[in-house]
Ligand binder design. Sequence first.
Ligand code: PXP
Length: 248
Amino acid sequence: MILLGVNVDHVATIRQARYRDETSNHGGFIEPDPASLAWLAEEAGADGITMHIREDRRHVQLEDVQRYQEKMKTRLNLEVSLATEMVELALSLKPESVCLVPENRKEVTTEGGLDIISNMERSRDAVRAFTNAGIPTSMFIDPDKKQLEASAEIGSPWVELHTGSFARAWYDEKRREEELNTLKEGMNFGLSLGLRINAGHGINYHNVTGAKELNQVYEFNIGHSIISRSVTYGLTEAVKTMRRLLND
Ligand code: PXP
């Protein structure tokens, strides 16, 4: 069975669109609440929850993570950049796993995988710090052999393959096949190196039918499409449907 991690960052994105610059606490009523939606996703069958605290805190806030952790039922996969301050923050929050991601302040969401080869020592230090704390790390990388080798070399037990190029190519049959093959090769190469393979970014209710051909992927982390569908059908339906489509 392929597991489903639900990324609730986009709940925070909606909230920050309204409340970001305000000084009032609105009587404590600030919506929507990422922690509440994360709990609801868990009830609907999410196998885990992902949150990304960015260096500039523009979406998920520290309090969102702490609030979620108070009543969490599954596990927290915390995404952070390689910045020392973020690694220390992640260590202090003791999540069940950490996904190390690139950050570029201008992007709306995470675009492109981490370049471990250009950040070898910083990546190695971060992985070591999390390993010493008993927290497994996942390197968010493109399905590139050199990045996979580098992930294994620095001792990260998991990687998360960036599925963004595949998702963008989905409506072009030829490119879709090419991108899926690249992901399959990356998945198999990663497995041969002993890595656990997660995947995510841009997976939606259409392209999931292709993505699930990556049947050795342990877990898909999916956010935008689930939160978007929940506007129409509710989060429970959105999570259940994605879980079913992943494993049909
Ligand atoms: N995996 C990682 C590492 C991410 O940063 C994100 C969010 O950009 C996702 C998965 C989920 O992507 P999406 O919101 O497009 O489903």
